[in-house]
Design a protein around this ligand. Structure first.
Ligand code: KG4
Ligand code: ZN
Length: 342
């Protein structure tokens, strides 16, 4: 079965073809980062309009790259939520319009389920059950994953998401959007001991997070620089920020593994691309004897492949999950625990 995946929940248009026999056939992505950069963040209306421009050319691209005709598509999976309402509507209407035209069933996929399952697209696939740390621009959650659709929330952020903390702190340092990769690169030049930032909720004895105080601490440090902040100081602050957030993320992962007794950890979502976090987790995995799995770097951030794959997994469990009902309805807010497969 070949599933077309359509992702348009934020600022990336992603299309992909996943074949349950042969694996990922092709995927194509257009990132709107350059367009939103000048506004310092995603402008929802511009995002929606750009998804409209990109979706069909990207569809042609994946069909060409996979050398399959449109008629080879058996089902279409699209991101139904959570995300920006207008942006989601574009993907949903493209998916449902294609479904109607090709007489193929469609299936709304949860964006975070796409992220959660994305490490299964890698060569080295984790087996169930595992602990998953989902760290994206909008979410920070620790989950126990027993199978497709079997997710138990262990802890989550009480305020800002990890990616949001990266982006906001980067903005305070005058770095571009998205801030995650920029602050991570700058931190490489920073001196670890120069500044100390708090590790929020490190000893909270639960698996929740809080990152808004960390961003405020970065703001306080930036404000303390009376003259223009020099490049080395910026790098030192970036380093202190990355050290603090990585410490908290690693500590909570270890606590989740201990609490569940599991030995497999999966990292998903855009912040999972972070180099310092990967280094720290790999070290911890060696010392504490657990295994850590990551999606391929290109599938850490938003993409169509994870949506095609999550759709295909859902259809393998329940072939009736996709319907020839083209009256779509997006879900900008959609708790992941509503997804349980019975
Ligand atoms: O998963 P994603 O692409 O989109 C959402 O679903 O939110 O995640 C985007 C987030 C942004 O906040 C971005 O700054 C962050 O992931 N990010 C990173 C890195 N690459 C992307 N954060 C830290 N280090 C990175 N290398
Ligand atoms: Zn995402």
């Amino acid at each position: 079965m070949i599933v077309l995946g359509v992702e348009s929940s934020c600022d990336e248009t992603g299309l992909a073809l996943y074949d349950t026999q042969r694996g990922l056939l092709a995927h194509a992505l257009y990132s709107q980062v350059a367009m939103h950069e000048e506004y310092g963040g995603v402008v929802p209306e511009l995002a929606s309009r750009d998804h409209i421009r990109r979706a069909i050319p990207l569809l042609e691209q994946v069909l060409n790259n996979a050398s399959v005709p449109r008629s080879a598509i058996d089902a279409i999976a699209y991101t139904q939520g959570p995300g920006l309402a207008g942006a989601l509507l574009v993907g949903a209407s493209v998916a449902c319009g294609l479904g109607l035209a090709l007489d193929r069933p469609v299936l709304g996929v949860h964006h975070l389920e796409g992220h959660l399952l994305s490490p299964l697209l890698a060569k080295e696939r984790p087996e169930f059950p595992f602990v998953a740390l989902l760290i994206s621009g909008g979410h920070t959650q620790l989950m126990r994953v027993d199978g497709v659709g079997q997710y138990e929330l262990l802890g989550e952020t009480l305020d800002d998401a990890a990616g949001e903390a990266f982006d906001k702190s980067a903005k305070l340092l005058g770095l571009g959007y998205p801030g995650g990769p920029a602050i991570s690169r700058l931190a490489e030049f920073g001196d670890s001991g120069a500044y100390q930032l708090p590790r929020p909720m490190l000893h909270s004895k639960d698996l929740n997070f809080s990152f808004s105080g960390l961003k405020t601490a970065v703001l306080t440090l930036v404000k303390k620089q009376t003259v223009n902040i020099c490049e080395q100081d910026k790098a030192n602050i970036a380093r202190a920020f990355v050290d603090a957030i990585v410490d908290v993320l690693v500590a909570k992962c270890l606590a989740a593994l201990k609490q569940t007794g599991l030995k497999r950890l999966v990292i998903a979502g855009g912040v999972g691309a972070n180099r310092q976090l990967r280094e720290a987790l790999n070290d911890a995995a060696q010392k504490k004897r657990f295994r850590v799995f990551y999606p391929e770097l290109e599938f850490c951030t938003d993409n169509g492949a994870m949506i095609a794959f999550a759709g295909a997994m859902r259809l393998q469990i329940n072939p009736d999950a996709a319907k020839r009902d083209y009256a779509f309805n997006v879900r900008p807010r959609w708790p992941l625990d509503e997804l349980r497969v019975v």
